[in-house]
Design a protein around this ligand. Structure first.
Ligand SMILES: C[S@@+](CC[C@H](N)C(=O)[O-])C[C@H]1O[C@@H](n2cnc3c(N)ncnc32)[C@H](O)[C@@H]1O
Length: 361
């Protein structure tokens, strides 16, 4: 019987389990989650034969908030003397894959296994290509995930590129740009990677677009938008990095982000103010409900318990404001790799083709 292996941020296993439990029930599947606090992995078991696979294909990975990556497969015990042979046997029972990803949990124990996975990488790859269980040229085929929980226990599973994260363990390899004023810059870059298909970047993150950055200082998020040649209004009482001000693309306004209203509609509103999620979602609801921006990215900080329920409430709040205004939009949330005790919410107004910059009264 196959099961789903879910990767999440360590400490958020309960949230990943809660959302899978709820979504599987909505889709009509019986299943239960097995969690271990701090393990960064969740097992989701569906006792019905073939149900785990059906559930995986019925769910939209992008809808999952706390799950970074997933795979469908089985656990395998492997002897230290020869780990490769049993893995190859297990692979013979699954689909042919286009690539192999060696994974661990995103924990200190997982990191301690880096030497082992490095050592196994080449021999595994060569055995899998020789047996043709991995055929690197056929990119439309599933990806093979080999997730080592320990030196003797490995999950052998598969994911499908159109319905999973594009990176092993759901962790993107992004580097802080040398001239960005803060590490937070990666949060916005990762959000764009997650929420905007690469083919849409030129149209949706286009030079000359206008953006408002609420809680902008010192300017990590503003840097990303300036880097794409947008014009940014940065709202913060704190100082912005001089290099950004020198770009000529940034107007810095020392004001309260909650009270600020743009003179004209803008393409983007982004907000990284540290506050209660109810306040951040109200701010987002106001901006999108009143049509002040076409797309928005706002962080919801989550220091409380019942974090999954809190995020759902925030999303409902935003959706209600959109419904009330008769605005069609997508509302989604993700706990990105760069997100700590927080999730990133993205809203995109859908009748964007007709979007024009308008003066607001
Ligand atoms: C986490 S930092 C933002 C970091 C920024 N995104 C970056 O990449 O450099 C939060 C910022 O929000 C600002 N802030 C807090 N409350 C605010 C408010 N009511 N209005 C505007 N800015 C606020 C703080 O001054 C602080 O600079």
């Amino acid at each position: 019987m196959q099961e789903l292996l879910l990767h999440c941020r360590p400490g958020f296993e309960g949230e990943a389990a809660a959302e899978m439990q709820e979504l599987s029930a909505i889709k009509g599947f019986a299943g239960y989650a097995v969690t271990k606090e701090g393990s960064a992995l969740v097992r989701f078991v569906c006792p019905g034969e073939g149900d785990a696979e059906r559930l995986m294909h019925k769910l939209d990975f992008r809808q999952l908030i706390f799950v970074r990556q997933w795979a469908l497969g089985n656990w395998l015990e492997v002897p230290v003397e020869d780990r490769i042979a049993p893995i190859i046997t297990a692979c013979s029972k699954g689909p042919i894959a286009s690539c192999m990803w060696l994974e661990t949990a995103d924990t200190n124990d997982g990191k301690a296994m880096a030497a082992l996975t490095k050592k196994l990488s080449k021999p595994l790859e060569s055995a899998l290509t020789k047996t043709r269980f991995v055929r690197p040229t056929k990119t439309e085929m599933p990806r093979l995930h080999l997730c080592f929980e320990s030196g003797t226990r490995v999950f052998v599973g598969w994911s499908w590129a159109h319905n999973a994260a594009p990176w092993p363990m759901g962790i993107p390899r992004l580097k802080v740009p040398r001239d960005a004023p803060s590490r937070s810059t990666l949060k916005l870059e990762e959000a764009w990677h997650h929420f905007i298909p690469r083919d849409d970047w030129d149209a949706r993150l286009a030079p000359g677009m206008t953006a408002v950055d609420l809680g902008a200082a010192p300017g990590g998020w503003t840097w990303q938008m300036v880097n794409r040649h947008m014009k940014v209004i940065a709202i913060d009482n704190g100082p912005m990095a001089q290099s950004l001000m020198d770009s000529g693309q940034v107007e810095h306004i020392q004001a309260d982000g909650y009270l600020y209203k743009p003179n004209k509609t803008v393409h983007w509103m982004v907000c990284d103010i540290v506050d209660k999620p109810a306040r951040s979602s109200s701010l987002l609801a106001r901006w999108v409900g009143r049509g002040w921006c076409r797309e928005a990215i706002v962080n919801f900080k989550l220091p409380m318990k019942r974090r999954y329920q809190e995020v759902i409430q925030c999303m409902e709040h935003v959706q209600d404001a959109l419904d009330e205004a008769g605005i069609k939009a997508t509302v989604s949330c993700k706990q990105l790799y760069s997100d700590r005790e927080e999730v990133t919410c993205h809203v995109r107004i859908l009748h964007a083709g007709s979007f024009k910059i308008q003066t607001l009264s």
